[in-house]
Design a binder for this molecule. Structure first.
Ligand code: C6P
Length: 426
């Protein structure tokens, strides 16, 4: 497996230290790419992050030395790959606050994790007249599964609104989360606004009313220390590819007592205990929810990504991003034509920074930035209702991670100024 080359201190040295993004950059081969005439400045981390060499080598190593199906074979390769697959599960369980490995289910991504809850728990427990509470800032992944469920069952959807500071308005929370609420599902961090939501408080309101509490952690698990037990989430969903890991592997954490009572989501091999021609019973947790051959290579190569993050320290990562986000907001604020769409303080905010230029369409801006080697995302960011709520069709979004520097942000600002000269003759 690839060595982590960063000079950062080890996981057993949790004291604070400042990340050195220049040193970290050296671990990410793709960041040497030249796009046009420029070295890549990657600011699209909310979409997916780049992978350190250790993850790339682990993927290669897996296929070169270990490739085999899991939980089925009796040969050496099968035993090794099963062990590596289950070792990663243990690592994930520790990473999210020390939960039981039975509570960690492999999925394809955060989207599938949320769908698992909507299908398996939702179809059985939600009925006409029940209320499902979401927020106005949800990604489609935490919106469409519930819209479909409400349409099928006749349940009511209710939304916690956002205020003028792009934060949730919790003043009416007791009128929104009521005793007919069966489920509350919210994002921990908005992929558009960067807003970090007070999940503990909302979770308490859900549980006071006997509702299930689901957290979409796709944008939080990569960027801050997450303790699902402290949050008291019944379910917590996230994706490996947004936290230095490979694509095609996601996680659903669920409380064992709830998972035990749920029916499988997908049926087939590996999720069974016994099958007869007219009968089937289910495997133990977590395998009950893992039918078919899983993404073994994805799980195995997620392990060095978790090591990498733990070596840096999630609190140190958060500090780095808070600093860089503050810097980005300050620099963007120098541009008179630019409006930031998200909280302007960095207190309860992450490093996904959306903005609009009053004269240039976000798509044009993103294309122009690409011509300068700068990768950002433009569009509705899979949050169409939020865009409509904000009176926008699209934003440009820069999102930072461990390898981003203030120089990256300076290049972004210079390119934005250049875009004004190009499009607006300034
Ligand atoms: N947001 C973005 O550019 P998947 O695709 O399943 O790994 O993640 C879905 C998802 C769920 N919740 C939130 C808050 C998200 O931001 C995302 C993915 C990416 O904003 C791709 S659309």
């Amino acid at each position: 497996m690839g060595e982590i080359k960063t000079k950062a201190k080890g996981p057993d040295t949790p004291e604070k230290f400042r990340l050195d993004p220049e040193v970290i950059k050296a671990d990410f081969p793709i960041l040497n790419r030249i796009i046009g005439d420029n070295r890549l400045v990657y600011l699209d981390n909310a979409a997916t992050t780049q992978k350190p060499e250790s993850v790339i080598l682990a993927l290669d190593d897996y296929y070169c030395k270990m490739n085999s199906n899991v939980h089925r074979g009796l040969h050496t390769l099968a035993e090794e790959s099963t062990a590596a697959f289950e070792e990663t599960r243990k690592k994930i369980a520790a990473f999210i606050g020390g939960v039981r490995t039975e509570e960690v289910i492999y999925t394809r991504n955060a989207t599938e994790a949320i769908n698992l809850v909507a299908y398996s728990w939702g179809r059985k427990n939600i009925k006409k007249g029940d209320r499902i509470v979401l927020t106005e800032m949800e990604h489609h992944a935490n919106l469409v599964p519930w819209i479909a469920l409400a349409r099928e069952t006749g349940a009511e959807l209710k939304y916690i609104s956002i205020n003028e500071n792009y934060r949730l308005d919790l003043s009416e929370i007791d009128k929104i989360i009521t005793d007919n609420t069966r489920l509350v599902s919210i994002t921990h961090m908005s992929n558009v606004l960067g807003t970090v939501n007070p999940v503990e408080e909302i979770g308490r309101a859900a549980h006071r009313n006997g509702a299930l509490f689901v957290v979409d952690g796709a944008q939080s698990a990569p960027h801050m220390s997450v303790d699902v037990k402290a949050v008291d989430a019944d379910f917590y969903a996230f994706s490996a590819h947004k936290m230095l890991g490979p694509t095609g592997i996601g996680i659903l954490y669920g409380k064992e007592s709830i998972l035990e009572r749920m029916e499988p989501f997908i049926y087939g091999g590996e999720m069974i205990s016994e099958v007869r021609y007219d009968f089937a019973s289910w495997n133990d947790l977590p395998w009950k929810f893992e039918a078919g051959t899983p993404n073994i290579a994805g799980a195995v190569s997620f392990s060095p990504a978790l090591d990498y993050l733990s070596t840096l320290g999630m609190d140190n990562i958060r500090d780095h991003e808070v600093e860089l986000t503050a810097y980005t907001i300050a620099r963007l604020s120098e541009l008179k034509s630019v409006k930031i769409i998200g909280p302007s303080d960095t207190d309860m905010r992450g490093g996904a920074i959306s903005f609009v230029d009053k004269d240039i369409h976000p798509h044009d801006l993103a294309t122009f930035l690409d011509s300068r080697g700068i990768a950002v995302r433009a569009g509705h960011h899979c949050a169409q209702p939020l865009m409509k709520r904000l009176g926008l069709t699209a934003t440009t979004r820069a999102s930072v991670y461990v390898y981003n520097t203030t120089e990256d942000i300076d290049k972004l600002i210079e390119a934005l100024k250049e875009a004004r000269r190009y499009f607006c003759d300034e």
